[in-house]
Design a binder for this molecule. Structure first.
Ligand SMILES: *Cc1c(COP(=O)(O)O)cnc(C)c1O
Length: 495
């Protein structure tokens, strides 16, 4: 290779890092269960929930952490979480049934997202807290409670479209929630439904990395709490949703260098880094770069619990005091609903290298036994390198695939569908050496949204199977996801 490799090395912590060091186990699992294969580390989700709880307690707040289930359909993850104090946020009746089966009781469940009457009824029946997304949903819920003689349902009013007087920042548009400016109407509705509905607080969920926007939203919720109290309700929960983020890439320098070179490539100042000159949102116009980089900020030192800490430590835009202090002063409980951030370091996706070939321009291209939808990193704008797990075994000999190729290699990764657009990456990925057929690529940190959110059965190619692994090197135990139990089995064997 005639250019310096531009690595985007994954951020790896235990138990993900030692698992990646156990290449024999991963090869054995992929041999037995096929490629692609999702490997989950349920113990880590329990640790992550505890780290969020530590931040909440450091601000002396009561409350609970809720895992946004939509980020991964695994059973092992929710069963492991059921054995902690954490709760779960469900966005469909299927997810609600799933977590009830895993052992969650209604007091540890919030139901969010678009809901039909079946979903509302089961949430009400089981005592879940329901995010109210609009007046129609509220009316339906109240009618169900009356018709079925249910106990009054706890609801959180989900708000969006916050503004703060005299502050230029406003929260972004959302198609969910009640516009903060329409709160009065909802309060009227809540008064009508006093017999059936118990408003316990206010909520938002904003899909942004901007702390400024979230501070405006959180202050907006404090105003809504005040308005609820003025109508004689006794709200006690502020739910700040999810969106705490994950740092995928290990070092800042690598990330900065990569994005700089990507911009130079778009301008034609260096050889292309991507398939067909794809610019991830950037384009060249008259010698200047236009557009905006549509990438996840993969290097994020302040993600996850640290982001929550930064939000709570921030000064409220108009009230002029710390947001955490304002919550504490009113003795409000804090709910958080991280999806991606609770799944940080909770797993990886394995894909077998099937074939290496060269493009017409002579660039190496690897075909993997996986579809692009099985490894959703690229789809979520997350650029991070896979880890190459050597198959070992005999050298392929002179002229064999990848033979003689030592040292770093830049390769395109393509999927197993008969479809031009089935690209696992649209960029050249730099690896420490040229992979050979039979090697595995391990895509680290895929558990949040990048395993099954968009997985399909296209061409009758099944999505990845899931296995759950716990333990440590030399003492790993694994089970199919659907057979996982948080109770240690004395008869279990480790490998
Ligand atoms: C998706 C979602 C979340 C989780 O978002 P992350 O970005 O994965 O943390 C939390 N709450 C609600 C209401 C959601 O829709």
């Amino acid at each position: 290779m005639d250019e310096a490799p531009l690595y985007l090395r994954p951020r790896l912590e235990p138990p993900l890092a030692p698992l990646l060091g156990s290449s024999d186990l991963l090869h054995t699992l992929a041999d037995a269960l096929g490629s692609p294969l999702d490997v989950l580390l349920p113990d880590r989700i329990a640790d992550n929930a505890e780290r969020f709880a530590d931040v909440r307690r450091a601000h002396r707040l009561g409350g609970r952490e809720f895992f946004a289930h939509k980020a991964n359909r695994s059973s092992a993850l929710v069963r492991r979480l059921a054995a902690t104090r954490a709760g779960v946020d469900v966005a469909s009746i299927g997810e609600l049934r799933h977590v009830l089966g895993a052992g969650f009781t209604g007091d540890r469940i919030v139901a969010s997202g678009p809901k039909d009457s079946d979903f509302l009824w089961l949430a009400a029946l089981t005592g879940a807290t329901v995010h109210i997304d609009g007046p129609a949903e509220l009316d339906t819920l109240a009618r169900l409670v009356r018709d079925h003689r249910l106990t009054p349902v706890r609801v959180l009013v989900r708000l969006s479209g916050f503004t703060a007087p005299g502050v230029a920042i406003r929260s972004r548009e959302s198609r969910f929630g009640v516009p903060a400016s329409a709160l009065d109407g909802v309060l009227d509705d809540l008064e009508r439904h006093r017999d059936a509905i118990e408003p316990v607080g206010a909520a938002y969920h904003l899909d942004t990395v901007s702390l400024d926007e979230k501070a405006v939203a959180l202050e907006g919720c404090l105003h809504a709490m005040h308005a609820l109290r003025a109508r004689g309700f006794q709200p006690r929960i502020v739910d700040v949703g999810g969106g705490f983020g994950v740092g995928y890439v290990q070092d800042r320098d690598g990330w900065d260098r990569y994005t700089t070179e990507l911009t130079r490539a778009v301008l034609g100042e260096r050889p292309p880094l991507t398939w067909g000159g794809h610019g991830y949102g950037l384009r060249a116009e008259g010698g200047a770069v236009r557009g905006s980089l549509g990438l996840y900020p993969a290097y994020r030192p302040d993600a996850g619990p640290a982001y929550l800490d930064a939000l709570l430590s921030r000064t409220a835009p108009t009230l002029g005091r710390g947001l955490g202090a304002l919550l504490l002063e009113s003795l409000y409980d804090l709910y958080v609903e991280p999806g991606r951030a609770l799944l940080d370091q909770c797993g990886l996706t394995l894909a077998r290298v099937l074939e290496t070939r060269r493009t017409r321009a002579g660039e190496p291209m690897l075909r993997l036994a996986a579809k692009a939808t099985d490894i959703g990193l690229e789809d979520h704008g997350v650029l991070v390198d896979p880890v190459l797990l050597d198959r070992g075994g005999p050298d392929p000999g002179p002229g064999g695939p990848g033979a003689g190729a030592t040292g770093p290699a830049g390769v395109f990764l393509t999927g197993s569908l008969c479809l031009e657009s089935d690209l696992i990456t649209r960029r050249r990925v730099f690896l420490p050496r040229h992979p050979r057929p039979g090697d595995l690529l391990a895509f680290a940190n895929t558990a949040g949204y990048c395993m099954d959110f968009a997985a399909t059965h296209a061409q009758r190619q099944p999505p990845a199977r899931k296995v759950a692994v716990d333990g440590e090197p030399g003492r790993w135990r694994w089970t199919l996801d659907e057979h996982y139990s948080p109770v240690a089995r004395p008869e279990g064997r480790s490998v």
